[in-house]
Design a protein around this ligand. Structure first.
Ligand SMILES: [Zn+2]
Length: 340
C-alpha cells in the first residue's frame, strides 16, 4: 500500500474490523454491481470511496428525471442527455476515486452473457429490481461459489440478505419461486430515498466484511427495515433447503435461460425488447427515424419520440419502449421502426 493509500483510507485502517490487512484485501478485490439504480448508486459510491480496487457496473437503462430523487450518482444533465446509467456512473466514480479501476457496461444481464459479464468477480451486489435477474445472479453465484448480496426496497420498506454459497442458504432456499400476483413496485407504490440508501449500505457493510477477510464472523441474517413505520428487524437466515433446486440440486434453470421471457417489463410503463439478433448502425437509424419524428442521439444510444411512445435504442439492438406495458404493442413498434 502506498503512503497516499494509507492516508486516504486511514479511518478504515484504524477500524479494528478492517485494519491494514483488510484494506489491502479491499484494494485488490473485484466487485460487480448488477443494476445501477437507487441501490446500485449508493453501493458503487460507498465501495469506490472505501477503496475496493476494481468495480464493474452493469446497467441496461438510461438516466431519467424521476431517477434523480434517489439515484445519488446522477445529475440533471445526465437525465437531459439521456445518458446510459453505466456510462454516467463510470464518469462520476472516476472523479470520486481515480486510484481504482471502474468499468461501466451498458448491458442487459441475461443467460447468454452472464458467464462472461460476471466472470472474475469476488463478490456480486444486487442492484436490480426484478426476481428474474436475481435468480440468474443466484444461479451463477452458487455455480461458481461467489458470494452475492440480495437487496430490495419499495415504498418505505427494504430487505437485505447475504448469500455465501456453501455456507448459507441461497435466494431460492428462501424464495423458491418468484412472488406471484401483482407486485408492489417503485413505479406503482413509489420509494423513499432513505430506505434505498439504508438497504444499499447494509449490502455494502456485508460486502466489506466478506472482502476484508472477516466473513467467518458474519452471521447470516435477513434484515428488514421500514423507515416510515420505524421498524428494524433482524432474523437469523434459515438453513439451506435440503431440496433447493439451485444450491442442492444444482438445476440452474435461470442460468441456462429456461425461464427467460424474450420481452420483459421494466416495471415503469415500459417494455424492453432484448431478442435482437444483430447489432444496429445507430448513425443510419438516426437518419431514417429523423425523417419520421424527433430523434435525440448520443454516442451510446438513440431516442426516438413517436407520441405517445418513446423508444430508446442501443447499438446491440436492444430497445426500451416507454409508454406501454403491452409486449405486443412494443413488438410491433420495434418491427415498424427498427426492423426485425
Ligand atoms: Zn438454495
Amino acid at each position: 500500500m502506498t503512503y497516499g493509500d494509507k492516508e486516504r483510507y486511514s479511518r478504515q485502517i484504524l477500524f479494528t474490523g478492517i485494519g491494514e490487512q483488510g484494506q489491502q484485501r479491499l484494494l485488490s478485490s473485484r466487485v460487480t454491481i448488477v443494476g445501477c439504480g437507487a441501490l446500485g448508486s449508493v453501493q458503487a459510491m460507498e465501495l469506490a470511496r472505501a477503496g475496493v480496487g476494481h468495480l464493474t457496473i452493469i446497467d441496461r437503462d438510461y438516466v431519467e428525471p424521476s431517477n434523480l430523487q434517489r439515484q445519488l450518482l446522477f445529475e440533471e444533465s445526465d437525465a437531459a442527455d439521456g445518458l446510459p446509467k453505466a456510462v454516467a456512473a463510470e464518469r462520476i466514480l472516476r472523479r470520486i476515486n481515480s486510484g481504482i479501476g471502474v468499468r461501466g457496461l451498458v448491458e442487459d444481464l441475461n443467460p447468454s452473457n452472464a458467464d462472461d459479464l460476471l466472470d472474475g468477480a469476488d463478490l456480486i451486489l444486487d442492484g436490480t429490481d426484478n426476481f428474474e435477474t436475481r435468480y440468474l445472479i443466484n444461479d451463477f453465484a452458487v455455480n461458481c461459489g461467489v458470494p452475492w448480496i440480495y437487496g430490495a426496497a419499495v415504498g418505505s420498506y427494504g430487505i437485505e440478505m447475504p448469500v455465501m454459497p456453501g455456507r448459507t442458504a441461497c435466494l431460492r432456499c428462501v424464495y423458491p419461486e418468484p412472488p406471484s400476483g401483482a407486485q408492489l413496485t417503485c413505479e406503482n407504490a413509489g420509494v423513499l430515498n432513505t430506505v434505498t440508501a439504508i438497504v444499499a449500505s447494509l449490502q455494502v457493510a456485508d460486502a466489506l466484511r466478506i472482502l476484508s477477510g472477516a466473513q467467518d464472523h458474519l452471521i447470516p441474517r435477513i434484515t428488514t427495515v421500514d423507515v416510515w413505520a420505524g421498524a428494524v428487524r433482524q432474523t437469523e437466515q434459515p438453513a439451506a433447503d435440503p431440496d433447493c433446486p439451485a444450491c442442492v440440486r444444482h438445476e440452474f434453470v435461470y442460468l441456462r435461460g429456461e425461464r427467460r421471457a424474450p420481452i420483459s417489463l421494466c416495471g415503469r410503463n415500459a417494455v424492453q425488447i432484448h431478442n435482437s439478433t444483430q447489432p444496429l448502425d445507430l448513425a443510419q437509424l438516426k437518419i431514417r427515424l429523423g425523417a419520421m419524428g424527433e430523434v435525440r442521439a448520443n454516442e451510446f444510444a438513440l431516442r426516438f419520440f413517436h407520441t405517445p411512445f418513446e423508444m430508446t435504442i442501443f447499438a446491440d439492438g436492444r430497445a426500451i419502449i416507454k409508454g406501454t406495458t403491452d409486449p405486443g404493442v412494443a413488438r410491433s413498434l420495434y418491427a415498424r421502426f427498427i426492423g426485425n
